[in-house]
Design a protein around this ligand. Structure first.
Ligand SMILES: Nc1ncnc2c1ncn2[C@@H]1O[C@H](COP(=O)(O)OP(=O)(O)O)[C@@H](O)[C@H]1O
Ligand SMILES: O=P(O)(O)OC[C@H]1O[C@](O)(COP(=O)(O)O)[C@@H](O)[C@@H]1O
Length: 310
Protein backbone atom coordinates (compact mmCIF):
# COMPACT_ATOMS: atom_id res chain seq x y z
CA UNK A 1 0.00 0.00 0.00
CA UNK A 2 1.21 3.49 -0.86
CA UNK A 3 1.27 6.02 1.96
CA UNK A 4 1.80 9.69 1.16
CA UNK A 5 2.79 12.49 3.52
CA UNK A 6 1.91 16.13 2.82
CA UNK A 7 3.39 18.52 5.38
CA UNK A 8 2.50 21.60 3.33
CA UNK A 9 -0.84 20.99 1.57
CA UNK A 10 -2.38 23.63 -0.67
CA UNK A 11 -5.48 24.73 -2.46
CA UNK A 12 -4.26 25.16 -6.02
CA UNK A 13 -5.97 28.16 -7.61
CA UNK A 14 -5.51 27.92 -11.37
CA UNK A 15 -6.09 31.21 -13.16
CA UNK A 16 -6.22 31.26 -16.95
CA UNK A 17 -4.97 34.54 -18.43
CA UNK A 18 -4.42 34.88 -22.17
CA UNK A 19 -1.24 36.86 -22.83
CA UNK A 20 -0.25 37.22 -19.15
CA UNK A 21 1.85 40.36 -18.64
CA UNK A 22 3.99 41.14 -15.58
CA UNK A 23 3.42 44.65 -14.22
CA UNK A 24 0.01 45.04 -15.94
CA UNK A 25 -3.65 44.49 -15.07
CA UNK A 26 -4.47 40.98 -16.29
CA UNK A 27 -8.05 39.66 -16.70
CA UNK A 28 -8.74 36.01 -15.91
CA UNK A 29 -10.78 34.05 -18.44
CA UNK A 30 -11.39 31.18 -15.98
CA UNK A 31 -10.44 29.99 -12.51
CA UNK A 32 -10.57 26.63 -10.77
CA UNK A 33 -9.61 25.38 -7.34
CA UNK A 34 -8.21 21.93 -6.59
CA UNK A 35 -7.10 20.16 -3.44
CA UNK A 36 -3.34 19.90 -3.88
CA UNK A 37 0.08 19.61 -2.36
CA UNK A 38 2.50 16.96 -3.53
CA UNK A 39 1.51 13.94 -1.42
CA UNK A 40 -2.20 14.64 -1.89
CA UNK A 41 -1.75 14.72 -5.67
CA UNK A 42 0.21 11.47 -5.51
CA UNK A 43 -2.67 9.81 -3.64
CA UNK A 44 -5.15 11.21 -6.22
CA UNK A 45 -3.18 9.61 -9.07
CA UNK A 46 -2.61 6.29 -7.26
CA UNK A 47 -6.40 6.12 -6.79
CA UNK A 48 -6.90 6.82 -10.53
CA UNK A 49 -4.54 3.94 -11.34
CA UNK A 50 -6.57 1.62 -9.13
CA UNK A 51 -3.91 1.37 -6.41
CA UNK A 52 -4.29 1.38 -2.64
CA UNK A 53 -3.27 4.61 -0.95
CA UNK A 54 -3.58 6.45 2.34
CA UNK A 55 -2.80 10.17 2.68
CA UNK A 56 -1.19 11.54 5.85
CA UNK A 57 -0.21 15.06 6.80
CA UNK A 58 -1.22 18.26 8.48
CA UNK A 59 -4.24 20.32 7.42
CA UNK A 60 -4.64 23.83 8.84
CA UNK A 61 -7.96 25.74 8.99
CA UNK A 62 -11.09 25.74 6.85
CA UNK A 63 -9.20 25.04 3.61
CA UNK A 64 -7.81 21.98 5.36
CA UNK A 65 -11.32 20.75 6.14
CA UNK A 66 -12.27 21.35 2.49
CA UNK A 67 -9.33 19.16 1.38
CA UNK A 68 -10.32 16.42 3.84
CA UNK A 69 -13.91 16.55 2.47
CA UNK A 70 -12.58 16.26 -1.07
CA UNK A 71 -10.44 13.21 -0.23
CA UNK A 72 -13.38 11.55 1.53
CA UNK A 73 -15.66 12.16 -1.46
CA UNK A 74 -13.03 10.61 -3.77
CA UNK A 75 -12.77 7.57 -1.51
CA UNK A 76 -9.09 8.27 -0.73
CA UNK A 77 -8.28 6.90 2.72
CA UNK A 78 -6.68 9.62 4.87
CA UNK A 79 -5.49 10.39 8.38
CA UNK A 80 -4.59 14.06 8.86
CA UNK A 81 -3.88 16.20 11.90
CA UNK A 82 -5.87 19.45 11.95
CA UNK A 83 -4.29 22.67 13.17
CA UNK A 84 -4.85 26.39 13.65
CA UNK A 85 -4.11 28.89 10.89
CA UNK A 86 -5.02 28.33 7.26
CA UNK A 87 -3.87 25.96 4.52
CA UNK A 88 -2.04 27.98 1.86
CA UNK A 89 -3.45 28.88 -1.54
CA UNK A 90 -0.98 28.42 -4.41
CA UNK A 91 -1.57 30.46 -7.54
CA UNK A 92 -1.01 28.86 -10.95
CA UNK A 93 -1.25 31.23 -13.91
CA UNK A 94 -1.84 29.45 -17.19
CA UNK A 95 -1.30 31.43 -20.36
CA UNK A 96 -2.41 29.26 -23.27
CA UNK A 97 -1.48 31.93 -25.81
CA UNK A 98 2.20 32.06 -24.84
CA UNK A 99 2.24 28.47 -23.53
CA UNK A 100 3.50 29.38 -20.05
CA UNK A 101 2.67 28.05 -16.56
CA UNK A 102 3.65 30.39 -13.70
CA UNK A 103 3.49 29.13 -10.10
CA UNK A 104 3.38 31.29 -6.97
CA UNK A 105 3.52 28.97 -3.96
CA UNK A 106 2.88 30.40 -0.48
CA UNK A 107 5.22 29.28 2.35
CA UNK A 108 2.38 27.74 4.45
CA UNK A 109 1.59 28.40 8.11
CA UNK A 110 3.92 27.52 10.96
CA UNK A 111 3.49 24.05 12.45
CA UNK A 112 4.58 23.30 16.00
CA UNK A 113 7.17 20.55 16.51
CA UNK A 114 4.63 18.75 18.72
CA UNK A 115 2.34 18.35 15.72
CA UNK A 116 5.22 16.94 13.67
CA UNK A 117 5.98 14.43 16.44
CA UNK A 118 2.27 13.54 16.65
CA UNK A 119 2.25 12.90 12.90
CA UNK A 120 5.46 10.86 13.12
CA UNK A 121 3.87 8.63 15.75
CA UNK A 122 0.73 8.22 13.64
CA UNK A 123 2.74 7.17 10.57
CA UNK A 124 5.17 4.79 12.24
CA UNK A 125 2.63 3.23 14.58
CA UNK A 126 0.93 1.41 11.71
CA UNK A 127 3.67 0.99 9.13
CA UNK A 128 5.04 -2.36 7.95
CA UNK A 129 7.32 -3.66 5.21
CA UNK A 130 4.45 -3.80 2.70
CA UNK A 131 4.07 -0.03 2.89
CA UNK A 132 5.74 2.27 0.37
CA UNK A 133 6.22 5.72 1.86
CA UNK A 134 6.18 8.80 -0.41
CA UNK A 135 7.78 11.90 1.12
CA UNK A 136 7.24 14.87 -1.13
CA UNK A 137 6.89 18.62 -1.28
CA UNK A 138 8.01 21.61 0.74
CA UNK A 139 7.55 22.01 4.49
CA UNK A 140 6.51 25.14 6.40
CA UNK A 141 9.48 27.36 7.40
CA UNK A 142 9.78 26.20 11.01
CA UNK A 143 9.81 22.47 10.24
CA UNK A 144 13.37 21.06 10.46
CA UNK A 145 14.92 20.52 7.02
CA UNK A 146 16.15 17.07 7.99
CA UNK A 147 12.63 15.74 8.59
CA UNK A 148 12.57 13.54 5.45
CA UNK A 149 16.09 12.28 6.23
CA UNK A 150 14.84 11.26 9.68
CA UNK A 151 11.73 9.54 8.30
CA UNK A 152 13.68 7.70 5.59
CA UNK A 153 16.04 6.35 8.29
CA UNK A 154 13.14 5.24 10.49
CA UNK A 155 11.41 3.65 7.47
CA UNK A 156 14.50 1.57 6.73
CA UNK A 157 14.30 0.04 10.21
CA UNK A 158 10.80 -1.21 9.30
CA UNK A 159 12.02 -2.52 5.91
CA UNK A 160 9.90 0.17 4.21
CA UNK A 161 10.91 1.58 0.80
CA UNK A 162 10.75 5.36 0.41
CA UNK A 163 10.31 7.75 -2.50
CA UNK A 164 11.68 11.28 -2.10
CA UNK A 165 10.53 14.24 -4.22
CA UNK A 166 11.56 17.61 -2.84
CA UNK A 167 13.90 20.53 -3.35
CA UNK A 168 16.72 22.54 -1.72
CA UNK A 169 17.85 21.71 1.82
CA UNK A 170 15.16 19.02 2.20
CA UNK A 171 16.64 17.18 -0.76
CA UNK A 172 20.26 17.74 0.34
CA UNK A 173 19.43 16.30 3.74
CA UNK A 174 17.04 13.59 2.50
CA UNK A 175 19.54 12.09 0.08
CA UNK A 176 21.96 11.46 2.97
CA UNK A 177 19.55 8.75 4.19
CA UNK A 178 19.48 7.05 0.73
CA UNK A 179 15.81 6.89 -0.23
CA UNK A 180 14.88 3.90 -2.42
CA UNK A 181 13.85 6.17 -5.29
CA UNK A 182 14.16 9.89 -5.88
CA UNK A 183 12.59 12.00 -8.61
CA UNK A 184 14.15 15.40 -9.04
CA UNK A 185 13.40 17.62 -12.02
CA UNK A 186 16.36 19.30 -13.73
CA UNK A 187 16.25 22.47 -11.58
CA UNK A 188 16.16 20.39 -8.39
CA UNK A 189 19.10 18.23 -9.53
CA UNK A 190 21.13 21.30 -10.56
CA UNK A 191 20.38 22.87 -7.14
CA UNK A 192 21.57 19.69 -5.46
CA UNK A 193 24.92 19.51 -7.24
CA UNK A 194 25.41 23.28 -7.47
CA UNK A 195 26.08 23.48 -11.20
CA UNK A 196 24.29 23.42 -14.54
CA UNK A 197 23.82 20.12 -16.30
CA UNK A 198 24.72 20.34 -19.96
CA UNK A 199 23.13 17.35 -21.69
CA UNK A 200 21.62 13.89 -21.25
CA UNK A 201 25.00 12.16 -20.89
CA UNK A 202 25.88 14.56 -18.08
CA UNK A 203 22.51 13.86 -16.43
CA UNK A 204 23.15 10.12 -16.54
CA UNK A 205 26.64 10.65 -15.10
CA UNK A 206 25.31 12.73 -12.20
CA UNK A 207 22.48 10.24 -11.56
CA UNK A 208 24.99 7.36 -11.44
CA UNK A 209 26.99 9.30 -8.82
CA UNK A 210 23.78 9.50 -6.76
CA UNK A 211 23.29 5.74 -7.05
CA UNK A 212 26.72 5.34 -5.42
CA UNK A 213 25.26 7.02 -2.31
CA UNK A 214 22.88 4.08 -1.89
CA UNK A 215 19.83 5.32 -3.81
CA UNK A 216 18.42 2.40 -5.88
CA UNK A 217 16.60 4.34 -8.60
CA UNK A 218 16.92 7.92 -9.86
CA UNK A 219 14.17 9.28 -12.10
CA UNK A 220 15.02 12.64 -13.59
CA UNK A 221 12.04 14.40 -15.13
CA UNK A 222 12.71 16.86 -17.94
CA UNK A 223 9.31 18.43 -18.68
CA UNK A 224 8.29 18.10 -22.35
CA UNK A 225 11.62 16.34 -23.09
CA UNK A 226 10.49 13.28 -21.10
CA UNK A 227 12.43 11.59 -18.33
CA UNK A 228 15.51 9.51 -17.52
CA UNK A 229 15.16 6.31 -15.50
CA UNK A 230 18.44 5.17 -13.99
CA UNK A 231 19.39 2.20 -11.85
CA UNK A 232 22.63 0.29 -11.37
CA UNK A 233 22.49 -1.86 -14.49
CA UNK A 234 20.20 0.18 -16.75
CA UNK A 235 19.57 3.73 -18.00
CA UNK A 236 16.56 4.62 -20.13
CA UNK A 237 15.46 7.83 -21.78
CA UNK A 238 11.68 7.92 -22.17
CA UNK A 239 11.10 10.44 -24.93
CA UNK A 240 8.56 13.21 -24.25
CA UNK A 241 5.28 13.09 -26.15
CA UNK A 242 3.63 16.09 -27.76
CA UNK A 243 0.14 16.57 -26.32
CA UNK A 244 -2.37 19.40 -25.95
CA UNK A 245 -1.09 20.94 -22.69
CA UNK A 246 -3.73 22.34 -20.29
CA UNK A 247 -1.64 22.48 -17.09
CA UNK A 248 1.72 21.00 -16.18
CA UNK A 249 0.96 21.35 -12.45
CA UNK A 250 0.87 17.92 -10.86
CA UNK A 251 2.80 16.22 -13.70
CA UNK A 252 5.74 15.42 -11.41
CA UNK A 253 3.37 14.15 -8.71
CA UNK A 254 1.61 11.92 -11.26
CA UNK A 255 4.96 10.48 -12.30
CA UNK A 256 5.85 9.78 -8.66
CA UNK A 257 2.43 8.16 -8.10
CA UNK A 258 2.79 5.83 -11.06
CA UNK A 259 6.35 4.92 -10.00
CA UNK A 260 5.05 4.10 -6.52
CA UNK A 261 2.26 2.02 -8.04
CA UNK A 262 4.78 0.24 -10.28
CA UNK A 263 7.02 -0.61 -7.30
CA UNK A 264 4.04 -1.64 -5.18
CA UNK A 265 2.72 -4.02 -7.84
CA UNK A 266 6.12 -5.39 -8.91
CA UNK A 267 6.26 -4.04 -12.47
CA UNK A 268 9.59 -4.42 -14.24
CA UNK A 269 11.82 -1.37 -14.82
CA UNK A 270 10.84 -0.78 -18.48
CA UNK A 271 7.14 -1.07 -17.75
CA UNK A 272 7.51 1.29 -14.76
CA UNK A 273 9.26 3.85 -16.99
CA UNK A 274 6.57 3.74 -19.68
CA UNK A 275 3.72 3.69 -17.17
CA UNK A 276 4.94 6.66 -15.15
CA UNK A 277 5.66 8.66 -18.32
CA UNK A 278 2.13 7.91 -19.51
CA UNK A 279 0.56 9.01 -16.21
CA UNK A 280 2.56 12.28 -16.20
CA UNK A 281 1.88 13.01 -19.88
CA UNK A 282 -1.84 12.33 -19.45
CA UNK A 283 -1.89 14.69 -16.48
CA UNK A 284 -0.69 17.69 -18.49
CA UNK A 285 -3.77 17.33 -20.74
CA UNK A 286 -6.12 18.22 -17.85
CA UNK A 287 -6.82 21.62 -16.25
CA UNK A 288 -5.61 22.43 -12.74
CA UNK A 289 -4.57 19.37 -10.76
CA UNK A 290 -7.46 17.19 -11.89
CA UNK A 291 -6.31 13.68 -12.66
CA UNK A 292 -6.89 12.32 -16.19
CA UNK A 293 -9.05 9.28 -17.03
CA UNK A 294 -7.36 5.92 -16.69
CA UNK A 295 -8.15 5.16 -20.37
CA UNK A 296 -6.16 8.19 -21.50
CA UNK A 297 -3.14 6.98 -19.53
CA UNK A 298 -3.36 3.55 -21.17
CA UNK A 299 -3.61 4.99 -24.67
CA UNK A 300 -0.60 7.28 -24.09
CA UNK A 301 1.43 4.39 -22.68
CA UNK A 302 1.24 2.69 -26.08
CA UNK A 303 2.99 5.71 -27.64
CA UNK A 304 5.93 5.93 -25.18
CA UNK A 305 9.32 5.31 -26.79
CA UNK A 306 12.18 4.06 -24.60
CA UNK A 307 15.81 4.58 -25.65
CA UNK A 308 18.46 2.62 -23.80
CA UNK A 309 21.58 4.59 -22.82
CA UNK A 310 24.98 2.91 -22.46
N1 LIG B 1 4.81 20.24 -21.63
C1 LIG B 1 4.79 18.91 -21.47
N2 LIG B 1 4.45 18.11 -22.50
C2 LIG B 1 4.44 16.76 -22.36
N3 LIG B 1 4.76 16.13 -21.20
C3 LIG B 1 5.10 16.87 -20.15
C4 LIG B 1 5.14 18.31 -20.21
N4 LIG B 1 5.51 18.77 -18.99
C5 LIG B 1 5.69 17.69 -18.21
N5 LIG B 1 5.45 16.55 -18.90
C6 LIG B 1 5.54 15.17 -18.39
O1 LIG B 1 5.50 15.20 -16.98
C7 LIG B 1 6.74 14.72 -16.42
C8 LIG B 1 7.08 15.51 -15.17
O2 LIG B 1 7.16 16.87 -15.49
P1 LIG B 1 8.28 17.83 -14.91
O3 LIG B 1 7.87 19.22 -15.27
O4 LIG B 1 9.61 17.38 -15.35
O5 LIG B 1 8.17 17.55 -13.33
P2 LIG B 1 7.87 18.51 -12.09
O6 LIG B 1 6.38 18.77 -12.15
O7 LIG B 1 8.28 17.69 -10.93
O8 LIG B 1 8.70 19.75 -12.30
C9 LIG B 1 7.75 14.86 -17.56
O9 LIG B 1 8.82 13.94 -17.41
C10 LIG B 1 6.87 14.55 -18.77
O10 LIG B 1 6.68 13.16 -18.90
O1 LIG C 1 5.23 21.91 -1.63
P1 LIG C 1 5.67 22.72 -2.82
O2 LIG C 1 7.04 22.39 -3.29
O3 LIG C 1 5.47 24.19 -2.59
O4 LIG C 1 4.74 22.32 -4.03
C1 LIG C 1 3.35 22.39 -3.92
C2 LIG C 1 2.73 22.51 -5.25
O5 LIG C 1 3.17 21.43 -6.07
C3 LIG C 1 2.06 20.68 -6.56
O6 LIG C 1 1.93 19.54 -5.73
C4 LIG C 1 2.34 20.28 -7.98
O7 LIG C 1 3.62 19.67 -8.06
P2 LIG C 1 4.25 19.13 -9.41
O8 LIG C 1 3.86 20.09 -10.50
O9 LIG C 1 5.72 19.08 -9.15
O10 LIG C 1 3.68 17.78 -9.65
C5 LIG C 1 0.85 21.57 -6.39
O11 LIG C 1 -0.34 20.87 -6.16
C6 LIG C 1 1.23 22.43 -5.21
O12 LIG C 1 0.66 23.71 -5.32
Amino acid sequence: MIWTVTLNPALDKTIEVNNFRIGSVNRASSIRIDAGGKGINVSKMVKTLGGKTKAFGILPGGNGRYIKGYLDRCGIENDFIFTEGETRTNIKVIDSLNHTNTDINEPGVNISYNKIKELEEKIFKGIDKNTLLVLSGSVPNDVPKDIYRRWINISRKFGVRTILDCDGELLKEGIKASPYLMKPNIDELQGLIGREIANINDMVLVSREILKLGVEIVVLSMGFKGALFIKKDCAIHAVGIKVDVKSTVGAGDSMVAALAYALDTGMNFEKAAAYSMAAATAKVTTSGTQMPNFDRIVSIENRIKLNYIK
